[in-house]
Write a protein that binds this ligand. Structure first.
Ligand code: NAP
Length: 326
């Protein structure tokens, strides 16, 4: 089968379309014929040699796909050959075929095309696990989303709106902020022009944000703590602004607030299956009802993967970039 391999780490040109062996589904796994794969920021890091796959996982990049079940591994129940699915992966998605543990499979939701379903698993599982399972965002609370126009941000805004939370977003251009408003964000902060701590204080009458979903990391740590409400929860899922910063424990203690950092890819299969099951129960009905949708910016054939990486790196997109396969 064809797959993208990385003979050496480096720029987008180091992604090479190659013939590789078809993976063999193990017990409790299925083999999926891939229709599309999502391109994630983590794939850029893997390409550069900074984010190796977990031990035992495919070296082929790709953390999410959509496609059709082609082979059932031993002991698989509840799925059939020919089922249209999307899946969360630890790797292997940039390929014609990929093996998937059944706990990481989801049906393609009604109203979403087979290709666009590849835009869902990583962002929905990341947002649901962090904003709702970890940070326990409640109706009426305020969520601050950094990078509101990112793949992650576009889903966080929609899901927060659906539970009745108020959303404040940051982004770097007016066009990106417009897109966030269309998805339900109530307060828009251009971080290149305005200070988000002041904007949050103004929007919440000095209370602060109950939950912050952060992709910036070190550069924002101190200001994020300032922007938190009493009993606030800061969840850090990205390190685009560095990894080391000073934390004022007195400020955190005074607010009785929490700072949490998580990663989806490295979680054991059992934890991923729990998240996927929660997503299927709570988010899939919202998508099937047309209330929440994947935001897809562009689709490239697998052979143009380098161009897809360049576009993600350039950062002008809103939502997800996909690779179509076959
Ligand atoms: N921990 C996990 O389990 C997990 C899972 C999935 C994703 N992530 C992380 O989540 C982040 C988003 O992922 P994605 O795939 O959705 O990425 P993406 O679509 O590439 O979006 C990244 C966006 O961040 C914005 N950004 C950069 N610096 C910013 C700043 N200072 N303030 C506000 N926005 C800023 C950029 O837009 P503008 O600067 O133009 O606004 C850029 O478009 C990435 O860092 C990724 O690694 C973590």
């Amino acid at each position: 089968m064809k797959a993208i391999t990385l003979p050496e780490f480096g720029g987008p040109e180091s992604l090479v379309l190659t013939d590789v062996d078809v993976p063999d589904p193990r017990a409790g796994e299925v083999l999926v014929r891939v229709a599309a794969a999502g391109v994630n920021r983590a794939d850029l890091l893997q390409r550069q040699g900074h984010y190796p796959p977990p031990p035992g996982e495919s070296e082929v990049p790709g953390l999410e796909v959509s496609g059709v079940v082609e082979v059932l591994g031993e002991g698989v129940e509840g799925w059939a050959v020919g089922d249209e699915v999307c899946a969360l992966l630890a790797g292997g998605g940039y390929a014609e075929l990929v093996r998937v543990p059944v706990g990481q499979l989801l049906p393609v939701p009604a109203g979403v095309s087979l290709v666009d379903a590849a835009a869902l698993p990583e962002v929905v599982c990341t947002v649901w696990s962090n904003v709702f399972l970890v940070a326990n965002l409640q109706p009426g609370e305020t969520l601050l989303v950094h990078g509101g126009s990112s793949g992650i941000g576009t889903m966080a805004v929609q899901l927060a709106r659906e539970v009745g939370a108020h959303t404040i977003v940051t982004a770097g251009t007016a066009a990106k902020l417009d897109a966030c408003r269309d998805l339900g964000a109530e307060v828009l902060v251009n971080y290149r022009e305005d200070d988000f701590v002041e904007a949050v204080a103004e929007a919440t009458e000095g209370e602060g944000a109950d939950v912050i979903l952060d992709i910036v990391g070190a550069k924002y740590l101190s200001r994020n703590v300032s922007a938190l409400a009493t009993s606030g929860r800061l969840v850090i899922i990205g390190m685009q602004g560095g990894t080391r910063a000073e934390l004022d424990i007195a400020a955190l203690l005074a607010k009785r607030a929490a700072v949490i950092a998580t990663s989806l890819r490295g979680r054991p299969a059992g934890e991923k299956a729990t998240i996927v099951a929660a997503v299927r129960e709570h988010v899939w009905p919202l998508i099937a009802d047309g209330r929440v949708h994947p935001v897809v910016h562009s689709r490239y054939p697998l052979s143009e993967v380098a161009q897809a990486h360049r576009e993600l790196e350039a950062g002008a997109h809103v939502g997800k970039i996909l690779l179509t396969v076959g």
